[in-house]
Design a protein around this ligand. Structure first.
Ligand code: COA
Ligand code: AMP
Length: 631
């Protein structure tokens, strides 16, 4: 137990082994680790090497054996289907035991990959935990991705089995998943041996003979399977995230460090105790869902809320307040976009008057920049601390936060507060020299990263080094820039690469450009992120047509928008593509994307001295004005 943030932070940096060794004792191990930190293959650091445990045992069996069998583990609250289902630890374990039996009967063994393409229903959690139980490596794919994206992940992870459902449900109605899955398997080179399909009542999927199995039927005959001990350093899952190209990065998560870090974070970052109700209003397909809908709350013996709905429209902007009051939620974690969506529809907070949300102690926000307006609006309305915290798919848990479970520090709007214990955050200039406080630069973490962060990219050690470690030896480069103020508070100013955050969803403009450039009439293109009042950022495309092409710009625009939607998915939200005569470039041919973003956002910008033709910036400004930007 730490009394002060400074004390905990200092210990975590100066005596890492003692700090994480203590935290490791909060889990159950079949065999204790030989080394807390193994640096024998640095920069591939390993945590708890030699240790053996099972993540599913720690998340379920342990609680059932220790007095929580009848405690609610999951509250499935689904306004889109009108369902509320409460599942105890014992009931969840029973399902997981049997689903582990299903996987085993299909020949899935330790180390095999299982792709999961299931929406926000309890079976998604059952599937993940069953994989963990038998040491199989799951790879979840978010439902808003198109078949092509699913196929890329299938080809990289090479799953033995794919688990899916007949549909997801969006406010506009059910979205059939099975045709998307079939299409993905058709275009992927790797083919799974079997697919297990859960038939939801809203849409019945047709099953392919000899390949597809019905979830409920196969579950009926399944025999329970016990946990198997795995190495702390064995992978638990792969989660793909956007990088700078069309090939997503397969972030690997290990078992031991992950379980230790997540359990620690529940108490010390979120201030939550076993038995409390914790709600991450995200999606199981994203890292927030993996960590804080599924693993962390269960590892900590909490009740987790699995919410299949939206902040607005299911049915109204009081939806979040209803869930908090009905289930006595202590901590809510969501993205700023969700709060902006509620604010847009109910700026006076009238819907809150119908609900008693006195159970709520903290609102945590992450996934994108928390703008001060949203921060103040939420604090004034809810009268609880609104805690901005900063993290990434790669780290799997927060890098900077107000660790309210240790000591609640004063909040500075616009800052996710201070480095979380374990993260030695440094601000570097372009030559790798550390900058003093108040100076803006590249945000890096001095190695080793703490437990729970990615040990590598799936079967691509070289790519891991190239993407994160090569630029500055001894540091992990986060891809964000920012500064520390004189009190050591961190301020995140944005990405240095072409990753954008749309409604808290991480997307690559580089990947979108690759698709736009495939259009037969497009000679060259650029996609930039522009500020959006609701979604934080949205992409806007620019296309220069090939010489001699004489087509209506709106036709090309429609086709390009359709291509990006069908190749990446509807969540890209690329709805605007401007057909322009030229792109602004430097004399060496580099497209001036960040200058274009500044013009779109109406921010002051400097015309680079290396620009090829300054007049092109005026053309871009005019095109942006035509679609409502650059004001
Ligand atoms: N499966 C299939 N399609 C999905 C999907 C899913 N799981 N999630 C989103 N989509 C589709 C939507 O139906 C929509 O399609 P459309 O263009 O055909 O209408 C498109 O993707 C964009 O969806 P969304 O980003 O949800 O936009 P929206 O305008 O429908 O809703 C918000 C706006 C703000 C309500 C919504 O973005 C939201 O809830 N944001 C919170 C984000 C969040 O929790 N992020 C997690 C990170 S921590
Ligand atoms: P993801 O991998 O989807 O979690 O996205 C990670 C990226 O989201 C980070 O690199 C940041 O650019 C951004 N991000 C996440 N949390 C915050 C935050 N609290 N403030 C600013 N940006 C954030």
């Amino acid at each position: 137990m730490y009394r002060h943030y400074d004390e905990a932070y200092l210990l975590s940096i100066e005596d890492k082994e003692r700090f994480w060794g203590e935290a490791g004792k909060d889990l159950q191990w079949y065999k204790k680790w030989d080394n807390v930190l193994d640096d024998s293959r640095a920069p591939f650091y390993k945590w708890f090497s030699g240790g053996k445990l099972n993540t599913c045992y720690n998340a379920l069996d342990f609680h059932v054996e220790n007095g929580r069998a009848d405690q609610i583990a999951v509250i499935y609250d689904s306004p889109v289907t009108g369902t509320i289902r409460k599942i105890t630890y014992k009931e969840l374990l029973d399902d997981v035991l049997r689903f582990a039996g299903v996987l085993t009967s299909l020949g899935v063994k330790k180390g095999d990959r299982v792709v999961i393409y299931i929406p926000m229903i309890p079976q998604a959690m059952v599937a993940m935990l069953a994989c963990a139980r038998i040491g199989a490596i799951h790879s979840m794919v978010f439902g808003g991705f198109a078949p092509n994206e699913l196929a890329i992940r299938i080809d990289d992870a090479k799953p033995k089995v794919i688990l899916s459902a007949s549909c997801g449900i969006e406010p506009k109605g059910p979205i059939p998943y099975k045709p998307l899955l079939d299409k993905a398997i058709e275009i992927s080179s790797h083919k799974p041996e079997k697919c297990v399909i859960l038939q939801r009542p809203q849409i019945k999927a047709s099953l392919i003979k000899d390949r597809d199995l019905d979830w409920d039927t196969i579950m009926k005959d399944a025999s329970p399977v016990d946990c198997i001990p795995v190495d702390a350093t064995d992978p638990l899952y792969i989660l793909y995230t956007s990088g700078t190209t069309g090939i997503p990065k397969g972030v690997v998560r290990d078992n031991g460090g992950h379980a230790v870090a997540l359990k620690w974070s529940m108490k010390y970052i979120y201030g939550v105790e076993p038995g409390d109700v914790y709600w991450a209003a995200s999606d199981v397909g994203w890292v927030v869902g993996h960590s804080y809908i599924v693993y962390a709350p269960l590892l900590h013996g909490c009740t987790t809320v699995l919410y299949e709905g939206k902040p607005v429209g299911t049915p109204d902007p009081g939806a979040f307040w209803r869930v908090i009051s009905e289930h006595k939620v202590k901590v809510l974690f969501t993205a700023p976009t969700a709060i902006r969506a509620i604010k847009r529809e109910d700026s006076q907070g009238n819907y809150l008057k119908d609900y008693d949300i006195s159970s709520l102690k903290y609102l945590f926000l992450a996934g994108e920049r928390l703008d001060p307006d949203t921060y103040h609006w939420a604090s004034n309305l809810l009268h609880v601390p609104v805690v901005d915290h900063w993290w990434q798919t790669e780290t799997g848990w927060p890098i900077a936060a107000n660790c309210v479970g240790i000591e609640e520090l004063p909040i500075k709007p616009g800052s996710p507060t201070k480095p979380v214990p374990g993260y030695d955050i440094r601000i570097l200039d372009e030559s790798g020299k550390e900058l003093e406080n108040e100076k803006e630069g590249i945000i890096a973490v001095k190695l080793p990263l703490p437990p729970g962060c990615l040990p590598t990219l799936w079967q691509k050690d070289d790519h891991y080094i190239d993407s994160y470690l090569k630029e500055f030896e001894g540091y992990y480069v986060t891809g964000d820039e920012g500064f520390k103020d004189r009190d050591g508070y961190i301020f995140i100013m944005g990405r240095v690469d072409d990753v954008i955050n749309v409604a808290g969803h991480r997307l690559s403009t580089g990947e979108m450009e690759e698709i736009v450039s495939k259009h037969p009439d497009v000679a060259e293109c650029a996609v930039i992120g522009v500020t959006d009042n609701l979604k934080g950022q949205v992409p806007v495309g620019f296309a220069v047509l090939k010489a001699g092409v004489d087509r209506k710009p709106e036709d090309v625009q429609k086709e390009v928008v359709g291509m990006v939607r069908s190749e990446i998915g509807p969540i890209t939200c690329l709805n605007q593509v401007c057909v322009v005569p030229h792109l602004p470039k430097t004399r060496s041919g580099k497209v001036l994307r960040s200058t274009m973003s500044k013009i779109a956002d109406g921010e002051p910008y400097r015309v680079p001295s290396t620009i090829e033709d300054p007049d092109v910036l005026k053309e871009i400004e005019e095109a942006l004005k035509d679609i409502g930007y650059a004001k």
